[in-house]
Design a protein around this ligand. Structure first.
Ligand code: 5AD
Ligand code: FES
Length: 364
């Protein structure tokens, strides 16, 4: 069997059947697959891992996704909004600690007060860090004008997870209304690419009703959309959300974790030059979750540098790690972890997606 794994790894083009097979691997065959892919990838892409300091600056959200702990309908979530000064301080911290890049994330809002505030913040952060800090934003669905305004203000990468590329499943995990529209989400990804962002997306793994075939389609969706970055992690049920009622029908947490690593390794084979993030949700299941992801295909890690007073309130899912450590502790702990995984940190580098530049060359 491991013969067929090495044959699949060598293939130019992986098809849906290959991917479904790789995703479903268990036990020793799975270990073989992960190890072989890990070696293959380190040899071709190198050992560098890039840091993005993550600031989750507000958990006010206007949407109502059925899986998410900060959904509008969760009245037990303690809401917060970090002031601009503290956000800029966090950016300076990332810069001084040679992180190279920052990720700004928040619950979704599209009112003008919010979008103008983000524009001003981006400009301030660029100024406060001499234009040296790369900025990724993850602020949901917006109009083309807003995306353009944020791009002009200094953000150059954008994350917008599709959550699942299967339309039917999408509507099982989101309300079916104007605000949660599957086609609109895909359209937003295209708009982000048109504006010029390095564009990232991703999915959750182990959702209720989800199958290996659907996950294989997710990987093929990333390829078809020609995205530059992917972040994906296990689904972790949250008590205060509608999907909690399916808790007994889910894959066990450990299996969700295993399939998440299978997804990362398979995607690395399918798209060798993109950036793949080691999602924080991996660590909610396995204390060494993110380091394992780095071994088998991920090359980006996002230390949480949200001021600790609010970190515990950005609870998208339960058992979220690092909610009680200061940013200093987080960064020391992570650098040791990255080295333990046999990787090197690309200090002071933006760590842009090679795929983004390769596709600009392809266009010429
Ligand atoms: N489990 C795992 N990931 C989650 N996210 C939101 N809720 C959960 C959950 N319960 C992820 C979504 C979202 C990202 C910010 O966090 O994929 O896009
Ligand atoms: Fe906030 Fe989904 S609940 S964007």
């Amino acid at each position: 069997m491991s013969n067929s794994i090495s044959e699949i790894i060598k293939k130019e083009k992986l098809n849906k059947a290959d991917l479904s097979y790789l995703l479903s691997l268990e036990g020793k065959e799975r270990d073989d697959f992960l190890k072989q892919t890990g070696n293959h990838y380190i040899n071709s892409l190198g050992k560098k891992v890039y840091f993005r300091g993550l600031v989750e600056f507000s958990n006010y959200c206007t949407k109502d996704c059925y899986y998410c702990g900060i959904r509008k309908g969760n009245s037990s979530s303690e809401r917060y909004d970090i002031d601009d000064e503290a956000i800029i301080d966090a950016a300076k911290f990332a810069h001084e600690n040679r992180y190279g890049s920052l990720v700004l994330q928040a619950g979704e809002r599209s009112d003008k007060i919010f979008t103008d505030r983000v524009t001003a913040l981006l400009k301030e952060i660029k100024k406060a860090t001499n234009g040296e800090l790369g900025i990724t934003i993850s602020l949901g669905e917006q109009t083309e004008e807003v995306y353009q305004e944020w791009f002009n203000a200094g953000a150059h990468r954008y994350l917008l997870r599709i959550e699942t590329s299967n339309k039917e499943l999408y509507y099982k995990i989101h309300p079916k209304d104007e605000q949660h529209n599957f086609e609109k989400r895909i359209e937003c990804l295209r708009t982000l690419q048109k504006v010029g962002f390095q564009t990232g997306t991703g999915v959750m793994i182990g959702l209720p009703f989800q199958t290996y075939d659907q996950l294989a389609d997710d990987l093929l969706f990333f390829k078809a959309m020609n995205v530059d970055m992917v972040g994906m992690g296990p689904f972790i049920e949250h008590t205060e959300t509608p999907l909690y009622k399916y808790k007994d029908d889910l894959w066990p947490l450990q299996r969700r974790f295993e399939v998440a690593l299978n997804m990362i390794a398979s995607l690395r084979l399918l798209m060798p030059d993109i950036n793949i993030a080691a999602a924080t949700a991996l660590q909610a299941i396995d204390p060494m979750g993110r380091e394992k992801a780095l071994r088998y295909g991920a090359n980006v890690i996002m230390p949480n540098i949200t001021p600790t007073t609010h970190r515990k309130d950005y609870t998208l899912y339960e058992n979220k790690p690092c909610t009680d450590e200061g940013a200093e502790d987080c960064s020391n702990c992570l650098s040791i972890r990255v080295e333990m995984a046999g990787r090197e940190i690309g200090y002071n580098q933006w760590g842009d997606s090679k795929h983004f530049f390769n596709r600009q060359i392809d266009k010429q």
